[in-house]
Ligand binder design. Structure first.
Ligand SMILES: Nc1nc2c(ncn2[C@@H]2O[C@H](COP(=O)(O)O[C@H]3[C@@H](O)[C@H](n4cnc5c(=O)[nH]c(N)nc54)O[C@@H]3COP(=O)(O)O)[C@@H](O)[C@H]2O)c(=O)[nH]1
Length: 837
């Protein structure tokens, strides 16, 4: 290549001189003209032919087109800084010339520059690769495109959340974004030096970015980083910064030996993943430890996932997966229940504590409780449900046990008061709606207390159990039989006729059936027992009566049945209410009267056939401050029901004994006996014997002058105990008289064994003995019986001489009645007797 002319435009005179020296050494015949600036180059360019122009300048993007225009289509070789490479390389690769990168220090690149210059000149001269001459217009277009692409690239890089850099084939970083500087905490100045990956790694290692022993780089990237990033990079590794952030480092190697590396801050992802892992671990350990299980079903309700302890279910997994809950079924769920549950699912609502009862494969029953929440996908569409299940069999058993205890009587298993009240509330509402009527039957067993007290609670319980069974058999399945406690039962009958009269008849029929059924003998152990019920009936229908009132009405009616002689039934009527109100007022009044010492004892004479006084019966009276003298017929039954008979009886006994002592002081009255009435309740007191003996002891009364009058009802139960007590007192001289004889139930075999002194013929037989042959026959029989048993007889209620003569004719020797004297105060009795004596 001879006579080649080169125009060398170079602002750096030393660089230009070095180039000249190199060219002179290799191509001594080349003509090289230096021009320090584009301005000074204009003249030689315009006036001379040049084989090539070398531009060693740092033109701005805007200056370049003008500069190339100046070259006027001559081959151009640019020697440029690396920072301008992107611009120049793009343009020159379009065939517009060539370029070399200039070393920042030194002139090592000049040799390469000269090689390329030779190639360029040869190409231009037709020897070698053809070189298109630089055309300013094409250059401008390329430049514009290049600038647009560069702007787009810069915008893209700037907007990336990832950090990115790219190396050239020489391993130096040529492209990077702000984000990578931020993530790796690298200064811009470092990047300006076009560092290699090894340079960057060294800087970071020196700062301790990779941790002790590169511990902050995961095993995939560990060796690569530890060896200074000189080997080929793994495609992916993670590293952690000292402040705890995690980067995902991805490297893509390109064909020309360059590579692209991205840095993504995955700290949030790692944190969430860790939390998720921890939460899953927690969930796993909880579900492993607990008896609960986890489930998922799809949008159609088909089970797709089950985990945890499913053993309690007792249903094989294969029977569950792919099926819906309602296909599996539950014993406690009706079609309506399932429809309600499916409506909740269709509305995408959460549900809690859906309780299902199922039968296990082994036949045992179990309960589960299920709760669930809907699961949606990113678009808000239902993916299905997930939730937990729990075995609640034990809880259900406890609940039903509690319910049994709370609502059922533990002895008979019948509903108790609480449950009856609840059912009664429903019943009153139901009859009001339907226009029908209902009835409440309050049932009390007659003399149950006596049985209980005498034969013991176990026997009492046996009777109650049998009564409960019989009652259930007396009513329909839909009616309710409840036990109210003690010997009280209540039957609730619904669906009676709308017509009150008809409804009453229906209720009466039920009551009669109950009376008959309960009146049949009971087998209690070896013995046969007889019991009767007293039944109070209250009807309910359209009138608004509260449940409490209804119960009170039936209770009152039951008391009426008792008062009417027991073993019978009574309907409630409003007059009863008034009677009861009076009764409770009387009770309070009597309690007060006892305290205020308003009670007094009267004495009714008992005489022999010649009218001579033998003794008297003590009869209590109540000297009421407002009502005057109140008859015991009015308050004794009340005192018996309320228990007031106990203090009252004690007072009577004490007063009577005191009277005996008083009479003992006079020869006129010393031989008198005194009869004292003793109620069943009083006699049944466990310490009755001790009480009597205590009073005798305290007063000093002669026991042989004291006669205790007992009634036949005492003999209905535990006669052995009665006999024992009587014999005990008799050993002290106390006498016994059987009052109202003939009116009750007296077994002759017992009568024979009782340590009695006398029988008292009830005044009911005496009253009509002259007109009623039956009564006359009874009186005669009693007298004959007493004679055969060697018992004395006192006839009560003798009002006429006719009665007296009849009684005397058949052997009666003692008499009591208005014919001889009414009950009177002791002093009146004594005064009245004095003239006769
Ligand atoms: N447990 C106790 N009971 C007692 C006591 N005091 C009385 N009573 C009982 O009260 C009932 C009524 O007694 P009362 O009104 O005193 O009537 C007695 C007599 O007054 C009456 N009587 C006597 N003679 C005649 C007569 O000729 N005609 C007539 N119409 N009535 C007459 O009979 C009653 C005596 O009854 P009884 O006791 O059965 O002998 C009564 O049941 C009393 O028992 C007490 O302290 N404790």
């Amino acid at each position: 290549m001879n006579g080649v002319g080169i125009l060398w435009v170079d602002i750096d005179t030393q660089h230009a001189a070095a180039a000249r020296r190199l060219i002179a050494a290799r191509y001594p015949d080349w003509r090289v003209v230096n021009s320090p600036t584009p301005e000074t180059a204009k003249a030689p360019l315009a006036s001379q032919a040049w084989d090539a122009v070398v531009l060693c300048l740092k033109p701005s993007d805007q200056e370049l087109p003008g500069l190339l225009e100046l070259c006027a289509g001559r081959p151009v070789l640019m020697c440029i800084d690396a920072a301008q490479e992107a611009l120049a390389a793009r343009a020159f690769r379009c065939g517009l010339g060539d370029y070399v990168l200039r070393e920042t220090d030194g002139a090592a690149h000049l040799s390469e520059l000269l090689n390329r210059l030779v190639a360029l000149v040869q190409g231009a001269q037709g020897r070698g690769k053809p070189v298109r001459m630089v055309d300013a217009r094409i250059w401008q277009e390329a430049l514009t495109m290049l600038q647009e692409q560069r702007s787009a690239l810069q915008a893209t890089l700037a907007s990336m959340s990832q950090g990115i850099f790219k190396t050239g084939p020489d391993g130096r970083i040529t492209v990077y974004n702000e984000r990578v500087l931020e993530l790796l905490n690298l200064p811009e100045s470092l990047m300006a030096t076009r560092p290699t990956l090894a340079d960057l790694t060294r800087v970071q290692a020196e700062r301790g970015d990779f941790g002790e022993g590169y511990s902050l780089v995961d095993r995939r990237g560990h060796d690569y980083v530890a060896q200074g990033a000189v080997a080929s990079a793994p495609a992916l590794y993670w590293r952690t910064t000292r402040d705890g952030r995690t980067f995902e480092v991805r490297t893509t190697s390109l064909a020309d030996g360059s590579l692209v590396r991205t840095f993504a801050d995955v700290s949030d992802y790692v944190r969430v993943e860790n939390e998720l892992r921890e939460s899953e671990a927690r969930f796993r350990s909880l579900s492993d430890l607990s008896s609960d299980w986890y489930w998922e079903h799809d949008a159609e309700g088909r089970f797709v996932q089950l985990a945890g302890d499913l053993s309690v279910n007792g249903i094989p997994l294969s029977d569950v997966m792919g099926r819906t809950r309602w296909e599996i079924g539950a014993l406690n769920m009706t079609d309506a229940d399932w429809a309600a549950h499916r409506a909740v699912l269709a509305a995408h609502q959460p549900f809690r504590d859906l309780e299902l009862q199922r039968r296990r494969a082994d036949g045992s029953m179990h309960w589960i409780s299920v709760s669930g929440v809907p699961v949606f996908d990113a678009n808000g569409a239902l993916r299905g449900y997930r939730g937990v299940g729990r075995d609640i069999t034990e809880r259900k058993q406890v609940e039903s046990q509690i319910e049994r205890l709370a609502f059922y009587d533990s002895l008979t298993g019948l509903p108790n008061r609480r449950l009856l009240v609840d059912r009664l509330q429903h019943a009153t509402a139901a009859v009001a709606r339907s226009g029908t009527q209902g009835a409440l039957l309050f049932i009390d067993l007659d003399n149950f207390k006596d049985l209980n007290d005498t034969l013991g609670h176990d026997t009492g319980d046996q009777l109650l159990l049998q009564v409960a069974q019989r009652l259930k058999g007396c009513v329909r399945e839909s009616d309710t039989v409840a036990r109210f406690g003690g010997d009280e039962f209540v039957v609730l009958v619904e669906g009676l006729s709308a017509d009150p009269a008809h409804a009453s008849a229906e209720a009466a029929l039920v009551a009669s059936h109950i009376t008959t059924t309960l009146g049949k003998p009971y087998a209690l152990g070896d013995a046969s027992h007889h019991s009767t019920p007293s039944i109070g009936i209250a009807l309910f229908g359209q009138q608004t009566v509260s449940v409490d009132e209804l119960l009170k009405h039936a209770d009152l009616a039951m008391y009426q049945a008792k008062a009417a002689g027991r073993n019978t039934q009574r309907f409630f009527d409003p007059d009863m209410q008034a009677a009861v109100s009076n009764r409770s007022a009387l009770e309070a009044d009597l309690r007060r009267g006892l305290q205020e010492k308003e009670l007094v004892l009267y004495y009714q004479p008992v005489v022999d056939g010649k009218g001579r006084l033998q003794g008297a019966e003590a009869l209590v009276r109540w000297r009421h401050p407002r009502r005057g003298m109140v008859s015991p017929a009015e308050f004794i039954p009340l005192a018996e029901q309320t228990g007031l008979i106990l203090p009252l009886g004690q007072w009577v006994l004490e007063t009577a004994c005191a009277q005996l002592v008083a009479w003992s002081r006079s020869s006129l009255t010393r031989q008198f006996f005194l009869s004292v009435n003793v109620s069943v309740r009083q006699f049944r007191q466990p310490d009755f014997v001790e009480q009597v003996l205590g009073v005798l002891d305290a007063t000093g009364a002669n026991p042989e002058r004291l006669k205790l009058e007992l009634t036949e009802s005492l003999l209905m139960a535990d006669v052995e105990d009665v006999i024992a007590r009587m014999e005990h007192l008799r050993r002290y001289g106390v006498g016994f008289s059987l009052d109202d004889f003939g009116t009750g139930y007296s077994s002759l075999s017992y009568l024979k064994r009782l340590p009695l002194d006398q029988l008292k013929i009830d005044q009911g037989f005496v009253r009509d003995l002259q007109t009623d042959p039956n009564d006359a026959a009874i009186v005669r029989t009693i007298l004959a019986l007493a004679d055969s048993l060697d018992l004395a007889v006192v006839a009560e209620g003798v009002e006429t001489t006719g009665q007296l003569e009849f009684l005397q004719r058949y052997g009666c020797k003692a008499f009591q009645g208005y014919l001889f004297g009414r009950p009177m105060p002791a002093e009146v009795l004594e005064r009245a007797l004095r003239p006769a004596l």
